[in-house]
Design a binder for this molecule. Structure first.
Ligand SMILES: N[C@@H](CCC(=O)N[C@@H](CS)C(=O)NCC(=O)O)C(=O)O
Length: 330
């Protein structure tokens, strides 16, 4: 049996490229298996859920869900660590990872499946990547089939006419805040990638490949764009910085997370606990409503547990307090 891990993924799946970037950075021997119609049987043998990425270990165990996959490998092979050694920065990095996975995905998915050129471009790329060997006529039909399957899923991530402005303005603000931060450094916390880079860059990289979000990024965020591309195969380029060095441009990013993602995920978790099918929350002064999402509540709980375990909360709390993040985490 091969000693390499097998990573089933799709080039248009942010979470797949997130794990692939991580494996590359950690130099974990792996084979990228483009998930398509030719390997359905093998995929199904190891996957509990019909989701990519799927990692198959050399002894035949299947693993899914990008965040726990990375945490598993951090324990197996701690160096080079993707956790800053400063506990404050380590938590902030984890917070950004969660933001990327959950809110960054909302932005990406919204742009990708809302507008006709994005729907067409994405559905066509997925058809060609995942169903090799079709005729051109069959690709037209497959593209339409994928488009029709994916567009109704917009509601799962909370994208609707009512939330469009929330999601799109948060994307604009995020780019405007990341741009000066990344103009001064290779990665979010300095010279090497940390947990948060993997989560957030994966979503923004997908955005960069799509017509609408990609056009916005190219117009206003060249440094974000090059960081997202660099994160496909990140390298250790130097030391991490201190909070004092990072603060001027990182604080506003945390504030954005405290005004959008955290109140949203807290309201979602509360709605789930109360058995509500939908929920509304005020975000930056306007109402945002969507159907309750199950997966987010679990990862939010894990984030709060991570906060509870931080050893030096006295250093972290004033930063979270100032950014408006603390009430959601305690
Ligand atoms: N939380 C999971 C999310 C995985 C996920 O949502 N994967 C998507 C692609 S990015 C998928 O496989 N969707 C199934 C489909 O498109 O049919 C992770 O972090 O790995």
């Amino acid at each position: 049996m091969s000693q390499a891990y097998r990573l089933f993924g799709v080039e248009l799946s942010p979470y797949s490229l997130k794990v692939r970037a991580y494996f590359r950075y950690k130099q974990i021997p792996h084979e990228w298996v483009a998930r398509d119609s030719t390997n359905q049987e093998e995929f199904a043998r190891y996957a509990k859920l019909p989701l990519v990425p799927l990692v198959v270990t050399p002894d035949g165990q299947g693993m899914q869900d990008s965040t726990p996959i990375m945490e598993h490998f951090e324990k197996l092979q701690p160096e080079p660590s993707i956790y800053p050694s400063d506990p404050t920065l380590a938590f902030l990095s984890a917070l950004i990872e969660e933001y990327g996975d959950e809110w960054g995905n909302k932005q990406m998915f919204h742009y990708r499946w809302t507008y006709a050129p994005d729907q067409k471009s994405t559905a066509e790329r997925i058809a060609r990547l995942t169903r090799p060997g079709l005729s051109e006529e069959e690709y037209v039909a497959a593209t339409e089939q994928i488009r029709t399957r994916m567009v109704p899923r917009l509601s799962f991530v909370g994208s609707s006419e009512q939330t469009r402005e929330h999601i799109e303005s948060s994307f604009d603000r995020l780019l405007a805040l990341l741009e000066p931060h990344l103009a001064q450094r290779m990665y979010l916390f300095g010279g090497r990638p940390t947990f948060g880079d993997f989560g957030l860059a994966a979503q923004l990289h997908q955005c960069s490949t799509d017509p609408s979000a990609g056009t916005i990024m190219r117009a206003v965020a060249p440094n974000v764009l090059s960081w997202a591309l660099q994160m496909l195969d990140p390298k250790d380029e130097g030391a991490l910085e201190t909070w004092d060095d990072l603060a001027p441009t990182l604080k506003p990013i945390l504030k954005e997370i405290g005004q959008t993602f955290l109140p949203w995920t807290a309201a979602n978790a509360q709605a789930l606990a109360a058995g509500q099918e939908t929920f509304s929350v005020m975000l930056r002064g306007t109402e945002y409503s969507q159907g309750t999402q199950k997966y987010h509540a679990r990862s939010f709980r894990v984030l709060r547990e991570r906060y509870a375990k931080v050893e030096e909360q006295a250093a972290l709390d004033p930063i979270l307090e100032e950014a408006g993040c603390l009430p959601w985490l305690q």
